[in-house]
Design a protein around this ligand. Structure first.
Ligand SMILES: *Cc1c(COP(=O)(O)O)cnc(C)c1O
Length: 376
């Protein structure tokens, strides 16, 4: 059996090695390492794939979120409503810009922001909602977009974990996550579903003016070289990463299918076990399984983590401390929040290995270890 890993980027690389190696050597031969046609080509292909009018490539997913908030003109003291049960980047960039993150509960089934909690948290200072498609499961965008329209708020989707996901609205229309809000943000961190061989990120929008502004901000506030109209930053996607991502983009749907197949295997193996709650599967199948995350009932989660580790099976706790309990947010009153569902999940979730290269022999081994611990 191949050794178990949370994500196996090496085996995935070997399947497309010839094409990737040739593309990387091509960049080295051209010696254009920043910008150029490969970056534009990738951005155009990604925009077409995602059904978005504009894609602005940038250095990483955290920058994407920061540039989005800057472009919307959010000011110190403004509020953005976000889940606390998320990766820190979502909320850190708000704090960095002195925008107040207002933490709300997630739905205990989907792990995504609870629309009812959003409406309760709206104040005259609220400017935006930042839903996160956590673990690859789409947030309830139907409800979120209605709330945003009613209260005149912006929506920035954190699509770092869900690129390629299809979300079905109540009227039957289908859109890719990241193309639904006013702005979508994603990350090409190597372990993400569309992973680079280093850092990378992208911003999606259909709004021409916002796109132009975000391009400027990502490039030191300039649209004409050496004329700096607004305060920006330096956030670029390397040419080398762009050529690799362009190759991997062609495989993204097949990568998602492989993750779903692995999820189906786990689902079937754990079905009916009262101690193991498998991920919620929405009717529209809007889950791309960036993570396969269980909720444990009446089981010692940390003991299971150790039990698996002793057998050479990695597992992860995403995330051991919710954002509102991070020291970083003390000054924003983080510790004043009462988010019982978020705390409840934080104590019970555990993520098992899931990736495009996981085979049934590996999964059978993982499943039998989990069931040995939990009881059948
Ligand atoms: C990975 C991730 C980010 C940040 O992406 P980086 O490229 O690492 O900066 C933001 N939000 C979520 C939910 C993520 O998973």
């Amino acid at each position: 059996m191949r050794p178990l890993q949370m994500v196996d980027t090496k085996t995935q690389y070997h399947k497309i090695k010839a094409e990737v190696d040739a593309a990387v050597i091509g960049v080295m031969e051209s010696s254009q390492f920043i910008g150029g046609k490969p970056v534009t080509d990738f951005a155009n292909n990604l925009a077409a794939y995602n059904g978005s009018k504009h894609v602005i490539p940038c250095a990483n997913g955290t920058d994407a979120l920061q540039i989005a908030m800057m472009a919307l003109g959010l000011q110190p003291g403004d509020e953005v409503i976000t889940p606390s049960f998320t990766y820190i980047a979502t909320v850190e960039v708000a704090a960095l810009l002195r925008i107040k993150p207002v933490f709300v509960e997630v739905d205990k089934k989907t792990f995504c922001i609870d629309p009812v909690a959003i409406e309760k948290a709206i104040t005259p200072k609220t400017k935006a909602i930042v839903p996160v498609h956590l673990y690859g499961h789409a947030a309830n965008m139907d409800a979120i977009m209605k709330i945003a329209a009613k209260h005149n708020l912006f929506v920035i989707e954190d699509n770092a974990q869900a690129i390629g996901n299809n979300y079905t609205f109540s009227d039957g229309s289908v859109k890719k996550t990241g193309s639904i809000g006013h702005i979508g943000c994603t990350s090409f961190y190597p372990s993400k579903n569309l992973g680079a061989f280093g850092d990378g990120g992208a911003i999606f929008t259909d709004d021409d003016a916002l796109a132009a502004k975000m391009r400027m901000i990502a490039s030191h506030g300039q649209s004409k070289r050496y004329y700096h109209d607004v305060v920006g930053c330096n956030s670029r996607l390397d040419t080398m990463q762009a050529v690799i991502l362009d190759i991997k983009l062609k495989h993204l749907d097949e990568y998602i299918a492989a993750r779903r197949k692995a999820a189906d295997y786990y689902d079937a193996a754990f079905a009916g076990n009262p101690k193991i709650e498998t991920p919620f599967r929405a009717k529209d199948n809007s889950h791309v399984f960036h993570q396969y995350t269980l909720i444990l009932h009446d089981l010692n989660r940390d003991a299971l983590h150790q039990f698996l580790a002793d057998k050479g099976i990695p597992s992860m706790i995403y995330y051991p401390v919710p954002a509102h309990r991070q020291k970083m947010f003390d000054e924003f009153g983080g510790s004043d929040y009462v988010l019982n569902d978020t705390d409840w999940l934080t104590e019970r979730v555990i993520s098992l290995p899931i990736h495009t290269e996981l085979d049934e022999e590996q999964q059978a081994f993982i499943v039998s270890a989990v069931l040995e611990f939990a009881g059948r």
